[in-house]
Design a protein around this ligand. Structure first.
Ligand code: PEP
Ligand code: MG
Length: 862
């Protein structure tokens, strides 16, 4: 095994060793695309380097040999004499990590080389500009200096020269700027090496080391990319997009990454180098304009896009440079896209016969589907926009403006929705973007960091807002002619690029024809049933529209929490006489019956699993501290003294482990009776009206068979009063219940796994306040996944497996469902499929996720 392979010999090695970029370069070279020559240092070299803290033996000899081959291929010499060979050095991990790793261009240029370059190209400005970019990038990436110092010097130079754009600086201005850049490096106690081999070595080391920088780590954690992979390094002969107006650089997509529409899409910047586009420093023009200004070039790029896509059978995102009219491809990769575009592309590619329907189904991340129904701003209702930018990532958002990731964390940590407002985003902003409802930037194009990352995350974004300026010292910003301060509420529409002051009303998104079609294809594959968790008729109707085959969980306490009803719940808790208790129960019976009627109507013909009351009673009473404060101040109202006594009596140190679920129902059976009677009464009324209600009754939080037996006895008494019997089941949401499932199963018709409580109780982690340590745990990879989000396969999954096996053995007709939050998360749905459950139940929008993930599970296993 070598450490380094040229693009023309590395094709066989695969992504693991070459990284995504190295593999694509090898493929493109093999297929005869115009790729400048180069070579790849493998991920194995990176791993060896990180292990030893030094370049592995033999690596440098191979690099020298490979550079020798580049010299031969280009007829130039690395470090001169004559026209110097310049190279780019880029990272490329096996999994695409946009913006996370670093790039250095123009490597190999020295003071001497500048003169040679100027002489042989006849373009002195270009030669000095290449050099100043090298010093700047080397300073930032290899020497770790702050970008702001270089940026300030550049701005000053432009101001001094009266130059509006970078390209307006004269050779003399640039030469002076280089001296200043070198001064900045020297002031930090570092030195820019004017020796090409030392430059190359520094760059290679920096790329290897950047694998472990905090931004890369954060990205890997968010996207669950293993830390062990390492990155490859690609060294490639430079071509120049900044040689004049017949040169340029751009980014192309074989389909529109925001909408998915077929056809070439992208951006182009004349007389510039690639980093200008990617970093969003200058705002490029739509590629479409080339159609008129340079139809031949446009046709050539469109042809490349089509051929790349046909070869890779995936939407491609490629970087190119035009050097004096000649097109070169620098890289291609699977293009990031919005969730909506992902669906459209998958459906259309299957329609075109480019991929199969099964592949189309597997290509969409099921977890992103709910975002397709994301809120929009109704153009008819919207107020006047205060500013406008590029519609980078669709969806609308309202939130408090925060000016950096740290502020995003502190505001979002208080439960407030935030919109991240930045001059442009860099990888440092990733954690803030992740927390934000929306992202707004002053600079950058549709392929800037902000745009690409926001689309990938499914966060609405508006970028390149010319009317936005920020004052980071005073924590204020300007939008159009209005002043705002951090914390002010703003709204944005990522579909149109418009930005509004204050809160704008949002309307729900539509699902779209492509999504509908994709889900139609999913149906025949799916073995798991999909129900919804819904407590209101509106939710039930929506869930049904989205394809739910019933309700897997009605949390009846949500009906108790209605402000109109709370006084009656309190009256029930505080009742001293039977008459008082009866009156409260009758009231609550009427409310519940009416609710059940509506829910069952909305789900007519489909199962509706109604769970009896679960939470502890004191949750319906005023908080203890509030009452005690009043008591201390002597302002307790007469009735409140009694309330305080009850609150004290019911107070629990640990309500999650307390007097709730079946425990409460067995101690206060009148509640169980009232709820059961309300459900039966509603059912009967509907049947009499010719409807087909299919209610099921469910008992929460059991841990012993005897609890189920006694609760059932009470339930059956009510059944016989009504002369009506319903299917009855129990939640399996304590570890003990899972372990004694074989004893419980013969008593019931179904189990529904409450994986929220089961996760809490298996880990001993509170559902409500794991925030104190869980983020740190994930950071440090003590846990790889947040178990409240992804069902833990190792332990919780094992409990489920035991309960499934022993439950079915004891009761072969037992139905099995899952109604914790995991029922709407793709990976967990796949686990449910593997465990052989009958259905999962998810919140209404996530029904879409469950439907697609269930189909994917079958295709995967088939
Ligand atoms: C569960 O615990 O998973 C469950 C569905 O019930 P709840 O979230 O209401 O406790
Ligand atoms: Mg529960």
């Amino acid at each position: 095994m070598n450490w380094a392979y040229s693009f023309s010999e590395s094709g066989e090695l695969g992504r693991e060793l070459l990284g995504g970029k190295g593999l694509a370069l090898a493929e493109m070279t093999r297929l005869g695309f115009p790729v400048p020559p180069g070579f790849t240092l493998t991920t194995a070299a990176c791993r060896a380097y990180l292990e030893r803290g030094a370049l592995p033996e033999g690596l440098w000899d191979e690099v020298r040999a490979q550079v020798g081959r580049l010299e031969e291929a280009t007829g130039k010499r690395f470090g001169g004499p004559g026209l110097p060979l310049l190279v780019s050095v880029r990272s490329g991990a096996p999994v695409s990590m946009p913006g996370m790793m670093d790039t250095i261009l123009n490597l190999g240029l020295t003071e001497e080389g500048v003169a040679e370059l100027a002489a042989s190209t006849g373009n002195e400005r270009f030669a000095w500009d290449s050099y100043r970019r090298l010093v700047q990038m080397y300073g930032e990436v290899v020497l770790g200096l702050d970008a702001a110092g270089f940026e300030r010097a550049l701005e000053r130079a432009k101001a001094l020269a009266g130059a509006e754009r970078d390209v307006d600086l004269s050779p003399a201005d640039l030469r002076e700027l280089v001296a200043q850049f070198k001064g900045i490096v020297a002031a930090a106690g570092r030195r820019f090496p004017d020796d090409p081999w030392r430059q190359l070595e520094g760059a290679v080391r920096a790329v290897f080391e950047s694998w472990n920088n905090p931004r890369a780590r954060t990205y890997r954690r968010l996207y669950e990319i293993p830390d062990e992979l390492g990155t490859a390094v690609n060294v490639q002969a430079m071509v120049f997009g900044n040689l004049g107006d017949d040169s340029g650089t751009g980014v192309g997509f074989s389909r529109n990454p925001a909408t998915g529409e077929r056809g070439l899409y992208g951006e182009y910047l004349k007389n510039a180098q690639g980093e200008d586009v990617v970093a969003g420093v200058r705002t490029p023009q739509p590629l479409e304009r080339l159609r008129e200004s340079d139809p031949e070039l446009y046709a050539e790029i469109a042809d490349v896009a089509e051929r790349l896509e046909a070869h890779f059978r995936e939407m491609q995102d490629f970087e190119f440079t035009v050097e004096r009219g000649r097109l070169y491809l620098l890289q291609t990769r699977t293009g990031k896209r919005t969730p909506a575009a992902a669906v459209r592309i998958a459906v259309e590619m299957a329609g075109e016969g480019r991929i199969s329907r099964e592949e189309a189904l597997l290509r969409v991340d099921a977890n992103t589907l709910p975002s397709l129904l994301r809120a929009r701003i109704d153009p008819e209702q919207a107020p006047e926009a205060v500013a406008e930018g590029l519609p980078a990532s669709p969806g609308a958002a309202v939130g408090h403006a925060v000016l950096d990731a740290e502020a995003a964390e502190s505001w979002a940590g208080r439960g407030l929705p935030v919109i991240l407002v930045r001059p442009e985003t860099t990888p440092e902003d990733i954690s803030g973007m992740y927390l934000a409802r929306g992202v707004l930037t002053a600079r950058g194009g549709m392929t800037s960091h902000a745009a690409v990352v926001a689309r990938g995350m499914g966060v609405p974004a508006v970028v390149g807002v010319a009317g936005l300026s920020l004052n980071l010292e005073e924590r204020t910003f300007r939008l159009g002619d209005r002043e705002f301060k951090e914390g002010d509420v703003i709204s944005l529409d990522g579909a149109t690029g418009r930005v509004f002051a204050g809160e704008v009303a949002l309307s729900e998104g539509g699902s779209g024809e492509y999504l509908h079609e994709l889900l139609e294809w999913a149906e025949p594959h799916r073995k798991l049933g999909v129900r919804a968790n819904a407590d209101t008729p509106a939710d039930a109707r929506r869930a049904r529209e989205l394809g739910a085959e019933g309700i897997g969980l009605v949390r009846t306490e949500h009906m108790f929490f209605d402000p109109e009803r709370i006084p009656w719940v309190r009256a029930l808790i505080l009742a001293e006489t039977e008459k008082e208790e009866r009156e409260a129960l009758d009231k609550l019976f009427a409310f519940q019956r009416a609710d059940f009627l509506e829910l069952l109507k909305a789900m007519d013909g489909l199962p509706v699993t109604v769970r009896l009351l679960d939470p502890p009673l004191h949750e319906f009473l005023p908080p203890l501290v509030e009452l005690e404060r009043k008591e201390a101040a002597g302002t307790l109202a007469p009735g409140e003294a009694k309330v305080l006594t009850q609150v004290r009596r019911l107070h629990e140190a640990n309500p999650m482990l307390g007097f709730r679920g079946v425990r409460l129902l067995l101690v206060r059976p009148e509640i169980l009776r009232m709820q059961t009677a309300a459900l039966l009464s509603a059912t009967r009324a509907l049947r009499e009206a010719g409807k087909d209600p299919r209610p099921e009754l469910m008992i929460p939080l059991v841990s012993a068979a005897e609890e189920v037996a006694q609760a059932l006895e009470a339930v059956r008494e009510v059944f016989s009063e009504f002369d009506l019997t319903l299917p009855v089941g129990t939640m399996i949401e304590t570890p003990r219940a899972a372990l004694v499932a074989g004893e419980i199963a013969p008593l019931v018709d179904f189990f529904s796994f409450g994986t929220n409580d089961l996760t809490q109780l298996t880990f001993g982690i509170s559902r409500d306040d794991a925030g104190h340590f869980l983020p740190r745990y994930l950071d440090a990879r003590i846990f790889v996944h947040d178990p409240t989000e992804h069902l833990d396969e190792e332990a919780v999954g094992r409990l489920l497996e035991i309960a499934v096996r022993e439950g079915r053995a004891a009761n072969p007709s037992l139905k099995l469902g899952l109604c914790g939050e995991h029922g709407g998360e793709a990976r967990s749905v796949r686990l449910a499929h593997r465990l052989g459950l009958d259905y999962v139940s998810a919140s209404p929008f996530r029904v879409l996720t469950a439907r697609l993930a269930a189909a994917q599970a079958t295709i995967d296993s088939g």
